[in-house]
Ligand binder design. Structure first.
Ligand SMILES: Cc1ncc(COP(=O)(O)O)c(C=O)c1O
Length: 486
């Protein structure tokens, strides 16, 4: 870095010609002006400043100090990353970082600007130790002790009799649906507002996903809408515990039992959440989890099915391993898949589970900070909190809605981005996706999708960083030009 900064610096008593050479050498379109006696930063010229100066009548030998230019944006050692990120923008792509003596010690670059992340895995020494163990012992594929350990610890975590790991949450859904005997000609009820994998896994089996609207009270499938979607072909319901809030399982189970339907819970986003004292995923015939890198517990990529039904568990074990007969190697009675989790991934999962309590606690703290900071902000609705639910903060998500003008979510996202804050809009509803495009009108799912926004929820975030998010939302929502005033 020192060399790079030196290449970008010239003495402030130099000429425009020298500045052009320095800009050329540095390759970032700017040169730092340094006081020759002290080495202190005194200004910054861009290639645009120089071009305008030459066009305005300055010569190549004119002093660079006379080039007209705006005051430079500078950062100081000790500034929080979000504050530095807030200085960067499309036109200000390079900001020097100065020490107490005003010497340039580092650079902040627009292309590498720091965003407060929506999600980020929390990986440490234990993950490294267990992964190293796999490498040192050569157990890097799907055989190896960590796969079994991870399955055992996950079954225990959910209070389920069996846990079968898979290579992804999508694979877990696919196999759970197949294991329940669902296939071509069948229909499976899913909420339209979910990540697309829920619906696609149904489609993989040859069955048809039937989309149902959500309810405002939980942002999950509306149990009152399910019955209308049941036909003679319906075989199962897949409630999704979206963004970490449990779906209202009792009425769903009641409908399922009345019509003889299976229930597969998609708990990909809700590790550690409870419904009326029962761990989500353990309530239906089978429950499915994802361990993708942005999930509460991660293995990089990975998934799990939990169930109390030994037949379902065995069927999934068979299907995830090419359908190979447990009694005879390389002998296949049915077509299976390679959906196995690797020992390397499971090693990460085992390490993650050793600190699952801390991760969930940190998530809870983030949710509490957001709740207290945003509860009175007009135009912002906090995530649902049903009295029977113990939800987890996968991603702290809000609704941004101005009753008068409608919307405001996208404008808020843009303002947050300028302040170095990453956000995610809610999923577009599956019934409106080009691959399904059913022509249905599902107003709650559509409303939530248009107005929902997930905020930075990575557990590494410090309180002051969450406060920065809150302050930015407050300042946007109270600014006169804002469209989200309620
Ligand atoms: C609700 C839901 N279902 C299923 C999945 C699929 O999981 P994976 O990405 O591990 O395949 C996800 C993943 O993001 C999800 O959010």
């Amino acid at each position: 870095m020192k060399e790079r900064i030196e290449a970008m610096s010239l003495f402030a008593d130099g000429t425009i010609r020298q500045a052009m050479r320095t800009i050329d050498k540095g390759g970032l379109g700017v040169a730092f002006l340094i006081e020759s006696q002290t080495g202190r930063f005194v200004g910054l010229v861009t290639d645009g400043d120089v071009r305008r100066a030459l066009l305005g009548g300055y010569g190549l030998e004119s002093p660079v100090s006379q080039v007209p230019r705006p005051d430079p944006k500078v950062a100081y050692v000790g500034m929080a990353l979000y504050q530095i990120a807030g200085l960067l923008s499309e036109p200000v792509r390079v900001v020097p970082l100065l020490d107490d003596d005003a010497r340039v010690v580092d650079l902040a670059l627009f292309d590498q600007r720091m965003h407060l992340p929506v999600a980020e895995p929390s990986l440490g020494a234990r993950e490294l130790q267990y992964v190293s163990d796999c490498i040192l012992t050569g157990w890097i594929s799907s055989a190896g002790k960590y796969v079994k350990q991870f399955e055992e610890v996950w079954a225990d975590f959910c209070g389920s009799s069996y846990a079968v790991s898979t290579s992804s949450g999508t694979g877990a859904l696919h196999l759970a649906i197949l294991a329940l005997g669902i296939g071509p000609g069948d229909e499976v009820i899913v909420p339209s507002l979910t990540f697309i994998a829920t619906a696609n896994a149904v489609t993989y089996t040859g069955a048809k996903p039937v989309f149902v609207d959500s309810e405002l009270a939980t942002w999950n499938i509306d149990p009152n809408e399910i019955e209308k979607a049941i036909t003679s072909k319906t075989k199962a319901i897949i409630p999704v515990h979206l963004y970490g809030h449990p779906a209202d399982m009792d009425p769903i189970l009641e409908i399922a039992s009345h019509y003889g339907l299976a229930v597969i819970e998609d708990a990909a986003e809700a590790h550690g959440a409870f419904y009326k004292g029962r761990s989500v995923g353990s309530i239906g015939d089978a429950g499915v989890f994802s361990f993708y890198g942005n999930k509460i517990i991660t293995t990089g990529e990975g998934g799990m099915v939990v169930t109390d039904n030994v037949d379902i568990a065995e069927k999934i074990r068979l299907l995830r391993d090419h359908g190979m007969s447990p009694d005879r190697r390389y002998w296949h009675h049915e077509i299976g898949y390679n959906y196995r989790l690797t020992n390397l991934q499971a090693a990460v999962g085992v390490a993650q589970m050793e600190k699952a309590g801390d991760i969930l606690e940190a998530k809870k703290h983030i949710a509490e900070l957001y709740e207290s900071g945003l509860k009175d902000v007009r135009g912002i609705s906090l995530p649902p909190k049903a009295k029977w639910a113990s939800s987890v903060c996968w991603l702290y998500s809000i609704l941004v809605d101005d009753e008068k003008t409608g919307g405001g979510r996208d404008e808020l996202m843009a303002e947050l981005s300028k302040a170095g804050i990453e956000t995610r809009p809610f999923f577009p509803p599956a019934h409106m996706q080009p691959i399904y495009n059913t022509g249905q009108s599902l107003p709650v799912a559509e409303y939530l999708s248009m107005n929902g926004l997930s905020l930075p929820s990575a557990i590494k975030l410090r309180q002051e960083e969450i406060n920065h998010v809150i302050d930015t939302i407050v300042s946007v929502s109270t600014s006169p030009a804002c469209t989200i005033r309620g």
